[in-house]
Design a protein around this ligand. Structure first.
Ligand SMILES: [Zn+2]
Length: 377
């Protein structure tokens, strides 16, 4: 990397995002893109926003008439999905909460999910993943030195949501995905296509000969089939509201016995170890920059708060990191030397393995022509 280091004067994105550009005032291209996107969001006008929300809720209710549930809401124990569940119930919807347990959930996350569904009176479906198979796939992803190990969780989680929707004849999956806290796009190379089942299969096969047996994977075509043939829509539900994370957290804590995490997505022990240790050390990626920059761009925190947020260890303490490291080593059956060896090896691209990326690009193009909607990347 010959490029001089630079950080945006408005947010905290920096030159670790390979395609970042800066204007004369030092404002980055991520800020500018986010501004343009924000301007297109309907929720800036409160009257129109209300009307759109009412219309949408009616559609969901109509589609679920005489059915046990009218929507599926995937819950991870995180704020975004918890808030989506609360809002849905407040609006009179009848969700089935769906959760995927991959063996890495923190106790706090389990506690948060249990409290939430109990106090809301919502049914919970938990898919417990076959740990031996999952561990084998994780090991294969580590051996392959590809960046997005969380592809395994995200892919299976989406598969579980779509399958539950299909099983109950439900047409809407309301997700905690949203522009207010996640609207800045991922820099290239910071994650991978989440519907890339072929990538999972190939990496599993080439490293350790792991076959997908019970793992609930979803491919690009599987996604297209659920959306276009089964007419199941994945909706970024929180975009219907002016979503403020801090306000949501306060309500969750006060009314639902929710307990907060020190950082975003820290509900899973692997996710926090991956984001707090593996990603920055092995891949030079600090996702906190993106999370905090989005919060700055959407006016939820100041830049100096964000700068504070990205300083130091991405862990509450050195001891907490050590504790997670020990947990990780034990659960994966690794020695400390194996972990060091893994961190030291260079990254390999997901594209060195069979991939659905080219197919996905064609599908997105087709989908946009058909619906004019922004497909999720
Ligand atoms: Zn910026």
């Amino acid at each position: 990397m010959s490029r001089p280091y630079q950080v945006c004067t408005r947010c905290v994105m920096d030159t670790t995002a390979s395609d970042i550009r800066f204007d004369a005032a030092g404002v980055c291209s991520y800020c500018i893109e986010f501004e343009q996107k924000k301007a297109q969001l309907v929720h800036r006008d409160p009257v129109e926003r209300e009307a759109r929300l009412r219309q949408f809720v009616e559609r969901v209710k109509r589609s679920g008439r005489r059915k046990r549930y009218d929507c599926i809401i995937g819950v991870s124990g995180g704020v975004d999905s918890s808030w989506a569940l609360v809002k849905a119930v407040q609006l009179g919807l009848r969700p089935l909460a769906a959760h995927m347990d991959n063996g890495w959930n923190s106790e706090l996350a389990q506690h948060n999910i249990a409290n939430l569904v109990r106090s809301l009176g919502v049914d919970l479906y938990t898919h417990v993943i076959n740990w031996e198979e999952y561990r084998g796939l994780m090991q294969a992803f580590f051996d392959a030195d590809v960046l997005d190990v969380e592809l395994l969780y995200d892919n299976a989680m989406m598969a579980v949501n779509y399958r539950q929707a299909a099983a109950h004849g439900v047409h809407f999956i309301l997700a905690g995905t949203n522009q207010a806290t996640e609207g800045m796009r991922f820099p290239p190379g910071w994650n991978w296509l989440k519907f890339d089942k072929r990538n999972i299969v190939d990496i599993g096969r080439r490293f350790g000969g792991v076959r997908l047996d019970t793992f609930p994977a979803i491919s690009s075509l599987g996604f297209a089939w659920f959306e276009l043939v089964r007419r199941i829509r994945w909706v970024s539900f929180l975009d219907f509201f002016p979503y403020n994370k801090e306000e949501a957290l306060t309500v969750l804590e006060t009314d639902y016995g929710y307990r907060r995490y020190p950082f975003k997505h820290y509900e899973s022990i692997f996710t926090r170890f991956y984001q707090g240790y593996i990603l920055p050390r092995k891949f030079g990626v600090d996702k906190r920059r993106l999370h905090f920059s989005t919060l700055v761009a959407s006016g939820q925190i100041t830049r100096s708060e964000a700068l504070q947020g990205v300083t130091g260890l991405p862990y509450p303490s050195e001891a907490a990191l050590e504790q997670d490291k020990r947990y990780f080593l034990k659960k994966m059956g690794w020695t400390a030397a194996q972990l060091d060896g893994y961190i030291a090896r260079p990254e390999r691209s997901h594209l060195e393995f069979a991939s659905e990326q080219p197919l996905w690009d064609r599908l997105v193009c087709f989908y946009r022509q058909l619906f004019g909607e922004r497909a999720r990347a």
